[in-house]
Ligand binder design. Structure first.
Ligand SMILES: Cc1cc2nc3c(=O)[nH]c(=O)nc-3n(C[C@H](O)[C@H](O)[C@H](O)COP(=O)(O)O)c2cc1C
Length: 485
């Protein structure tokens, strides 16, 4: 397991999984275009050593395929994440009954593995400490990713803030639009942890929230910042669990926020709730420019960093890009918890084309009439899943990771008069199709086989399946039929 980004990049280099680009490249569009091609070709992570003559190298395509993200998280494949999370859930389930006991048990398990973040006094991330007059946003090799972007952005920023009510930490990955040397815009969307802290602060009459922006640290923590954990669950606890090793944290120099001791660069400052600006447009993972909206500003105070830091970037745009693989890892990790809440769920798939909030495909162990519709309501009632626009429900025997099979099942199994449910609810901030900002229609598609008790008078047909004995017989005798390769 890697302590920091540099260690991970060195390991990639040893494994011959790293491209090093010495040629000078531009932070405006060129890096995005290069990384887009690398992702298409499933090529390696890349270090750009000279971006606009800036001394800080840019590291890109850290998460651009399933094998990239598996390496970064130190697992063989993403199913390993499922198994890790399933283990904890089963443990909690076996031993206890009440919700309080379950939560106590969860913390005991986490403590047992000594994975709680550990506080240190001295940190590599504070080898260099600068006032904003000495080092600021203009000194970073930040990217303008797409032609119509409003400016330069931090695209791999881990944003750390504390809930002003109970002091619990939140780490979220949000893009940050640079306005000038000392000011930027904090794009934490509604429903996200940072935005919830903004709401809490307003309730308490506080108008400045101490916030640290972390650029690069151990790759597991970079992922956990993007994972949709329930409110007030510390993302660094998740990193510690996956790494089987605590994340070391150090107190910021100018604000009361703890940051990873092995971070590359930390921007300390405050989010100012008296100063909202127009954020965007930004070429986002919808494949469109996200509309301009108002978000609060971040005012820089102090910058700390390692002596030779790396500057990470993450490419988003028309799918498939890096965010898909980060999200897929979260999907696999969160699935056991989802199954615990709703035991009839067998598997879920949020396909890349659906960019998380547009489509979710769910397979269920269907036992009673109307169950597919019940599952749609469950999805629309659960945390960030409530933003899902289209829910497709199929039976447990459907391989929902195979979209070709899903399309086939939808086509053959639905009567649009009967199997579509249209309702409405909250929408993702990025949804440009909805009539109103953050409020949209929702579609449920019940592509399950219809059973007794559901509104269907005709008999449901048998699906064609070959006799298993014949399948085995033909397999065993394949060589004897005389087919060439
Ligand atoms: C590359 C990348 C960029 C992201 N940008 C944003 C963003 O600008 N705003 C936002 O609210 N969420 C963004 N997200 C999604 C959040 O990181 C994600 O929803 C996370 O669960 C938020 O955590 P939180 O609820 O603890 O804040 C991004 C995710 C990735 C992988």
């Amino acid at each position: 397991m890697f302590d920091d980004l540099r260690q991970y990049v060195n390991w990639l280099n040893e494994q011959k999984l790293l491209n090093v680009v010495e040629k000078k490249v531009s932070s405006e569009l060129e890096i995005t275009q290069i990384v887009t091609k690398l992702i298409e070709k499933k090529d390696h992570t890349v270090i750009f050593e000279n971006v606009d003559d800036n001394k800080i190298p840019v590291v890109a395509n850290l998460f651009g395929s399933e094998s990239h993200i598996s390496n970064a998280l130190g697992v063989k494949n993403l199913d390993e994440l499922y198994n890790m999370s399933d283990q904890i859930i089963s443990l909690i389930d076996k031993e206890n009954n009440s919700m309080k006991e379950k939560i106590d048990m969860l913390f005991t398990v986490l403590n047992m593995r000594k994975i709680k973040p550990k506080t240190v006094k001295r940190a590599p991330s504070q080898e260099l400490v600068y006032e904003k007059s000495e080092f600021n946003f203009s000194d970073l090799p930040a990217l303008k990713s797409w032609p119509l972007d409003a400016g330069k952005y931090l695209t791999a920023a881990m944003v750390i803030s504390n809930n002003p009510m109970n002091k619990k930490r939140n780490v979220g990955m949000y893009r940050i639009q640079i306005l000038d040397e000392n000011n930027a815009i904090m794009h934490w969307q509604s429903y996200k942890g940072g935005s919830q802290n903004e709401n809490h602060a307003k309730e308490l009459g506080i108008n400045k929230i101490p916030v640290a922006i972390v650029l690069g640290c151990d790759p597991v923590s970079m992922w956990s910042a993007s994972a949709p954990l329930p409110p007030d669950i510390d993302e660094f606890l998740l990193s510690g669990f996956i790494r089987s090793k605590p994340v070391e944290l150090v107190k910021c120099k100018s604000i009361d926020v703890m940051v990873p001791a092995h971070a590359e660069i930390v921007l300390e400052g405050e989010v100012d709730l008296n100063d909202y600006r127009d954020e965007g447009p930004f070429g986002d993972h919808t494949g469109y420019y996200s509309p301009v909206s108002q978000y609060p500003t971040f005012k820089l105070k102090t910058v700390t960093m390692k002596k030779n830091p790396l500057f990470p970037v993450i490419t988003v745009g028309r799918p498939i890009k890096e965010d898909y693989f980060l999200g897929k890892a979260s999907e696999r990790f969160m699935l056991p918890a989802l199954k615990k809440i709703t035991s009839e769920i067998v598997d879920v798939n949020m396909p890349a084309e659906g960019i998380f909030h547009n489509f979710i495909i769910v397979s269920i162990n269907k036992k009673y009439p109307g169950q597919a519709k019940k599952i749609m309501h469950t999805i629309w009632g659960l945390g960030l899943l409530s933003l899902t626009k289209i829910v497709v429900v199929v039976d447990k025997w459907v391989n929902i990771q195979d979209l070709s099979e899903v399309f086939w099942r939808i086509g053959v199994n639905i009567d649009p008069n009967r199997d579509l449910m249209i309702t409405e609810g909250p929408a993702d901030d990025l949804d440009h199709s909805s009539e109103y900002y953050r409020f949209s229609g929702k579609l449920g598609i019940d592509a399950t086989a219809k059973i007794k008790g559901e509104p269907r008078v005709r008999e449901w047909p048998e699906e064609i399946l070959m006799d298993e004995k014949i399948v085995d017989y033909v397999d065993q005798n394949w060589g004897k039929y005389g087919f060439k390769d």
